[in-house]
Write a protein that binds this ligand. Sequence first.
Ligand SMILES: O=C(O)CCC(=O)C(=O)O
Ligand SMILES: [Fe+2]
Length: 254
Amino acid sequence: MLTQDQQRFLDENGYLRLPGFLSAAEVDEILAGLHEVESRWISEGREKARGIPIKYGKDLDGKAYVNRYAFASLYSDRLHRAVERFGELAQVFGAGFRFGEDEKDGMVVNHYVNLPGSRYKQLGWHTDGLRDLFLGQKLRPLWQVGLYLDDSPRQKGGLRLIPGTHKQGLGSMLFRKAYFVSHQADPHEVCIEALRGDLTIHDGRLWHRVARAEVTGEASRRRVAYLPFVEGPRRPKTEASPTPLYHYLQRVTG
Ligand SMILES: O=C(O)CCC(=O)C(=O)O
Ligand SMILES: [Fe+2]
């Protein structure tokens, strides 16, 4: 599914952007599904999705909105159907990979708006793969497929990553930076500038962060969905799943 050049870039750098992968109608459908989930969660006063804390914020109009969704596609049939086709991307990662719709944190959606008083508008340096270690499990391959639901120019802050760090040893993965605490720009970081409808892929071992927007209000709105791709024995989560420790770390410092 990838060209040789794309595959080579991905192997070398640990990430890739595929411009215009989603049609405007597909993005609209995902956003409509997310609205369904959001209204339901807000009216239920829901705090967690399958053990993962949901983050809420206040939007421009003062109304509550969801800052960070987990397992979003399991809470709306419409959303589930809208992301189903991306499961085919598993082939890109090799035999045995699958879209972990009910594993890890499932479909995660980050919705950032930079407003005075908003808490969740940036995210410190981290790798996504470390979560396994927090859970006392062996590190397993993890790929993240990003779906850009808004344009994400540099002024919106957005994803900064250090190319090639997916090839690092465990020491660097553990200690290169202070997890979630450090927000400082790195001389080797690149900024992923993307447009609504772009699809990205990144290796879960890559060091990355989300920078705070330079603009505020509506101009800073940035929504990105992430679908995890995993291999090995299935580890589905349910509403009875405990909250992993790293979420408390994220809460204190994020
Ligand atoms: O918002 C983004 O683009 C990345 C978010 C992220 O790294 C995460 O939720 O783990
Ligand atoms: Fe991440």
